[in-house]
Design a binder for this molecule. Structure first.
Ligand SMILES: [Zn+2]
Length: 411
């Protein structure tokens, strides 16, 4: 029988992750308190902590209060004990950061990209960006556990590959993970941008104490990350959360996916801009430098802040359509909260009121058990941080141990 007891290495790694997680949640903390919280014996904790101190993932930070007898030494995460690179890839830009074990950004860089330039060019740009960030940080490369990439594509079961990215010159079946690993020499993890935001929300944002939630990302497309029972849900085929391609308009406009009337053809920035451009107000045209062909989402938002009725109407339509889709969806998935990330949040209640109102028409229990629909409080670095968490979480969770192993092998 293949039990944990027959696999001492796996058990050891699991226990190390449990200790790391306990220190992350409750540190600074003494060895005795870790033992009490984890249920592992004091001798076992002493041994695991020694190993984690030796590897530099934990540090001793002085003495705590005594409960009679000797004062206990307190342990905390060593912020300089390990690092990961987090990269945000969008159709417009590339941003990256080196993130320490306490989730602080210690170096960053970025550049604009041309989505039409093709896979090889963008691959090379990502490699060079990561190398520049590592070099400028002056962090020894042996301390870097790997790189996580948040991307706007569709992933399948294979996590090293992007199946399709319609807004990146129709990338199809590109092995970005493998190609980057080969060129960089450390582990690389890919994940869909909306799921990466859900991870950031879970680790650093408003969802730290919420087990079941949905994170929705509205920008040039619409994506979502679903967390069930504290774990990111990827689905059987790896496409869970592709909210943007739920059809909401029966005879709507064509979508890049080949269907018509998908949610993102009404809700995302290009749809809002298209709607405003059809019959623009003088205020929006003026903000776009007098040329209605140059109207962008920033101009629409700025006009909305100045009470421009055309801009406000298009943002409201986006909000209502998303509210309707979420109401329908939550009848199926019944999560506790929804976090929304979007530049549209700038419109404040003018965005949220119609969204919540429409949501209430479709959700079955709007009064008895209201769903919290909240703006994400994470800042504009959240995708890079979430991408780094794709790697760093391996130290705190038991399902992914590759980064730890690679580090061990290098030593
Ligand atoms: Zn579609």
């Amino acid at each position: 029988m293949d039990t944990l007891g027959n696999r001492p290495r796996l058990l050891k790694e699991m226990n190390r992750a449990v200790v790391m997680r306990t220190v992350w949640n409750d540190g600074p903390i003494s060895r005795t308190d870790i033992s009490r919280k984890t249920g592992l014996s004091v001798p076992a904790i002493l041994k695991i902590v020694d190993g984690l101190l030796e590897d530099g993932f934990l540090r001793e930070i002085g003495e705590g209060e005594s409960s009679g007898g000797r004062k206990p030494v307190l342990l905390d995460i060593n912020p300089k004990g390990a690092y990961a690179v987090g990269v945000e890839l969008t159709p417009e830009r590339l941003r990256g950061a080196l993130v320490s074990l306490d989730f602080e950004i210690v170096a960053r860089d970025g550049q604009s990209i041309d989505p039409e330039s093709g896979y090889e060019v963008i691959l090379e740009q990502i490699v060079l960006l990561i190398k520049r960030i590592v070099a400028s940080s002056k962090v020894d490369s042996s301390m870097i556990l790997g790189a996580g990439i948040a991307h706007p594509g569709v992933m399948g079961e294979e996590t090293g590959k992007i199946l399709l990215a319609t807004n990146l010159k129709s990338w199809r079946d590109v092995p970005l993970g493998e190609d980057l690993e080969r060129r960089l020499g450390f582990p690389v993890a890919l994940e869909v941008d909306a799921r990466v935001l859900a991870l950031a929300e879970m680790w650093l944002g408003g969802a730290q104490d919420i087990k079941n939630f949905l994170s929705v990302d509205v920008d040039y497309g619409v994506g979502s990350g679903l967390v069930l029972d504290g774990r990111l849900y990827r689905g059987t085929r790896g496409i869970a959360g592709e909210l943007g391609h739920m059809v909401t308009e029966a005879d709507g406009v064509p979508c890049a996916c080949g269907k018509r009337g998908c949610l993102e053809t009404v809700v995302a920035y290009p749809a809002i801009v298209r709607e405003v451009t059809r019959s623009p107000s003088p205020a929006v045209v003026e903000l776009a430098g007098g040329d209605s062909a140059q109207i962008r989402i920033e101009h629409v938002l700025e006009a909305a802040m100045r009470n421009d009725s055309v801009a406000l109407r298009s943002i409201e339509r986006s909000a209502r359509t998303l509210g309707k889709a979420l109401g329908n969806l939550l009848n199926c998935i019944d999560v506790e909260a929804v976090f929304i990330t979007s530049a549209l949040l700038r419109a404040g209640e003018r965005y949220f009121l119609p969204l919540r109102e429409e949501f209430g028409k479709y959700f079955l229990l709007p009064e008895e058990k209201p769903v919290r629909i909240l703006p994400s409080a994470l800042g504009e670095d959240s995708e890079m941080l979430g991408a780094a968490i794709l790697i760093l979480r391996e130290l705190f969770h038991t399902q992914g141990r590759r980064a730890l192993q690679v580090r061990g092998e290098r030593r």
